[in-house]
Ligand binder design. Structure first.
Ligand code: AVI
Length: 328
């Protein structure tokens, strides 16, 4: 029967709230101002992100889904070549894409267990229940943890060969150096012969990228603004959501999509949690997210620099998204 391991070590959420307040206070006191995109994903933000993934402009999810459909047979053979393995899914969420691999592995009778890891306890409980229904034959050990805590846990508790998935271009939300550091940390928790599959959004027509973060229906704007709503709710803030607007900007030389929230007038915001006021000049912006795009060469180099051997890259038919396979 499936198990759930909770390493998030919060009993009443107070620690989390204190860390959130500290990060927000620091970010709003800096010039230029910034807030971290890791705080996008409260219940509301996670729901909005689900909506983003089915927007016509947001090609990323569809591209990766279709490349998994196309290449799943080859991937599954590569994963299972060494016999039993733990399939580790970093930031699993609802595992919509991973289910394609789970289906293929089951169909081919491969010997593995599944270890989805996510910071959302609700998502992991739901996924565990869902898989119990759809794939009762798969042993699922869901882990609720931050990435780093989770990686330490896997190093210690999963004795067999590991295949680690980090899909969905989640690497893109790290600054490049931080992303490189994170891939190195993954490598350090693996043993020679373990595999790593990394999902990267590739550089492409800047207009296509910009549109993906500036959808006509305004879901991405709501997703960005939800950060201020969350601050109001959890930190006792008084942000006027009508006085801020979503502004996306793609830098084609750096290959990075930036999202901002722009203050449409001079204003002041008070946070109960910090008992402090933060002032905004008219048109002053808060940087809220970076989504880095990679060339195939950059993505290959990132894996190699982290100490992996490059095995192969699986692309979607448009060549806009890649799942890169590396070997420890
Ligand atoms: C989760 N992450 C990979 C998304 C991205 O594309 O950077 C988050 C997102 N932000 C706006 N739209 C989607």
């Amino acid at each position: 029967t499936n198990t759930l391991i909770d390493l998030s070590q919060k009993t009443d959420g107070s620690q989390d709230r204190a860390a959130f307040a500290k990060d927000v206070a620091e970010g709003l006191s800096q010039r230029p101002k910034k807030l971290s995109s890791r705080y996008f994903y409260d219940a509301n933000g996670s729901r909005l992100f689900q909506q983003i993934m089915s927007l016509p402009e947001y090609y990323l999810t569809r591209a990766e889904y279709s490349l998994l459909q196309q290449h799943r047979a080859a991937m599954v053979e590569a994963f299972a070549a060494g016999g039993f393995f733990h399939l580790v899914d970093l930031g699993a969420g609802d595992a919509m894409k991973t289910k394609l691999l789970l289906g293929e592995l089951t169909k081919k009778g491969k010997d593995f267990d599944y270890v989805p890891l996510d910071i959302s306890g609700a998502a992991m409980r739901e996924l565990s229940r869902d898989l119990q229904q759809t794939y009762p034959e798969i042993y699922v050990q869901a882990v609720v943890a931050e990435y780093i805590t989770g990686l330490q846990w896997l190093g210690q508790h999963l004795p067999k060969r590991k295949v680690v998935l980090f899909l969905g271009s989640n690497i893109g939300n790290f600054e490049r150096q931080e992303g490189q550091k994170f891939i190195r940390q993954i490598r350090q928790h693996l043993q020679p012969g373990d595999l790593f599959l990394l999902g990267v959004d590739l550089t492409k027509d800047p207009a296509t990228i910009l549109a993906a973060y500036n959808d006509a229906s305004g879901v991405t704007a709501a997703f960005n603004l939800n950060l201020l709503e969350r601050i109001n709710r959890e930190l006792g803030g008084n942000f006027d959501l009508d006085a801020f607007s979503h502004f996306p900007l793609y830098d084609p030389q750096e290959g990075v999509m930036h999202s901002f929230l722009v203050s449409e007038r001079e204003q002041e915001v008070y946070l109960e949690a910090t008992q402090a006021r933060y002032t905004f000049a008219a048109w002053e912006a808060i940087h809220t997210e970076s989504s880095h795009k990679y060339t195939l060469q950059q993505a290959t180099d990132m894996g190699r620099t982290a100490g992996f051997e490059f095995v192969t890259s699986y692309l979607d038919e448009k060549g806009g998204f890649a799942d890169m396979l590396f070997k420890a």
